[in-house]
Design a protein around this ligand. Structure first.
Ligand SMILES: NC(=O)c1ccc[n+]([C@@H]2O[C@H](COP(=O)([O-])OP(=O)(O)OC[C@H]3O[C@@H](n4cnc5c(N)ncnc54)[C@H](O)[C@@H]3O)[C@@H](O)[C@H]2O)c1
Length: 361
């Protein structure tokens, strides 16, 4: 088992990573003197697929409160939060209760939020079961729900007591969910350095073969990138911008495809565009471009991207709340591990980047 740390001024916590480590959950809780009363909120698909494993190592359905959380983005809603709070009240849960969120980013975000406002905040532990939740959403304490068609507009910062990542859960992930996690992993590889980048290049097929024993290092490296950025910028004041590499483009793709593309797939396409734009701007050579494109191009992304209208995409990027002064600020690349923030670009270069990405998929 690997132990990683999110070092914060207050309330720092550990992330445990390994295969079959669910059995360590209870002893970790004891070691950290966490409440003995537990409420497990488990993604309904995870419960269905891994019922036996969960019953053997995590839950005691006779004594613990187990709530099967409806899967899907629609569950990040006030309605779902009040439903959960109602059940918590009916079962007389209080500050002496530990909430354990078991599932992907949807479960983690919603349950983290529910825990953060119940009785002004009760403790939570995350057990992420998707690759994306493991490397991204379960780290950093950001919780949230959607409201009035706006994603993550209501939320809070609520750091977990610890995060336990048992790669056993990943064996049942569909290919698309693997891609979603890989989007963030390859982004982190570009942000970090040559070794991580080379490791990522070699490991992509292993993820799709679900050989997670050989990918553990890479998952740990990726977690460390997010953990480090979060440690230095807990309340998202600026440094976290680096994590937006590929995301300015990605948000436009998601919006124009009416969210019929997964976020991670949009991130991969966004990284490809960011690399083309870095080349258009003269930050990287033709030779570097070819070399760098090899990593994202190993990951399958939907060809529906090709039909998108460049002008509409551009307008979506302009209207992003981060671009209030009417200029799009890109996160671009100079080299592996050398990131440029707040870069502006001529419209024609942005259009060329879209065009080159469309042609390449
Ligand atoms: N808080 C943050 O910092 C942060 C960061 C990134 C993303 N997010 C949020 O995360 C959410 C996306 O998370 P996600 O991609 O994990 O989606 P998700 O939670 O919807 O999970 C994707 C699908 O996989 C299923 N699933 C989960 N674990 C499984 C397993 N082990 N085997 C088989 N199926 C499984 C779920 O039931 C669901 O159908 C979005 O709402 C996004 O806004 C939050």
């Amino acid at each position: 088992m690997k132990t990683l740390t999110v070092a914060l001024k207050e309330n720092g916590y550990d992330i445990y990573l390994g295969k079959g480590i669910l059995e360590k959950f209870k002893s970790l809780c004891e070691k950290k003197s966490l409440p003995k009363r537990m409420c497990f909120v488990i993604d309904e698909n995870v419960f269905r697929i891994h019922k036996k494993y969960l019953q053997t190592f995590l839950i005691d359905e006779k004594n613990d409160l187990v709530y099967k959380f409806p899967s899907g983005e629609k569950s990040k809603s006030l309605k779902q939060i009040s439903e959960l709070h109602k059940i918590m009240l009916e079962n007389k849960l209080g500050r002496d209760t530990l909430i354990v969120a078991v599932g992907g980013g949807v479960t983690g975000d919603a349950v983290g939020f529910a825990a953060s406002i119940f009785m002004r905040g009760i403790p939570v532990v995350h057990i992420p079961t998707t690759l994306l939740a493991a490397v991204d959403s379960s780290i950093g304490g950001k919780t949230g729900i959607n409201f009035n068609n706006t994603k993550n507009i209501i939320g809070s910062f609520h750091q977990p007591k610890f995060v336990l990542i048992d790669t056993t859960f990943f064996s049942s992930l569909p290919e698309k969910e693997i891609t979603c996690g890989l989007g963030e992993i390859i982004k982190n590889a570009f942000l970090t350095g040559q070794t991580f980048y080379d490791e990522a290049n070699a490991a992509i097929p292993l993820f799709y073969q679900k050989d997670f024993s050989k990918t553990e290092n890479l998952i740990a490296n990726s977690i460390n990138v997010k953990a480090e950025v979060v440690s230095n910028d807990e309340r998202e004041t600026g440094l976290r911008k680096i994590l937006n590499f590929g995301h300015t483009f990605a948000h436009a793709f998601e919006s124009e495809l009416k969210f019929k593309i997964k976020h991670g797939e949009a991130v991969v396409a966004g990284i490809i565009c960011a690399l083309y734009l870095s080349h258009e701007k003269g930050f990287i050579s033709e030779q570097q471009l070819e070399k760098f494109l090899y990593l994202p191009k190993q990951i399958p992304i939907p060809t529906s991207l090709k039909k998108l209208d460049k002008e509409k995409l551009y307008q979506v990027m302009l209207s992003d709340k981060k671009n209030r002064d009417g200029k799009i600020k890109f996160v671009l690349l100079k080299n592996i591990g050398e990131i440029l923030l707040d870069v502006e670009a001529e419209k024609v270069k942005v259009f060329n980047s879209f065009e080159r990405m469309f042609k390449s998929i």
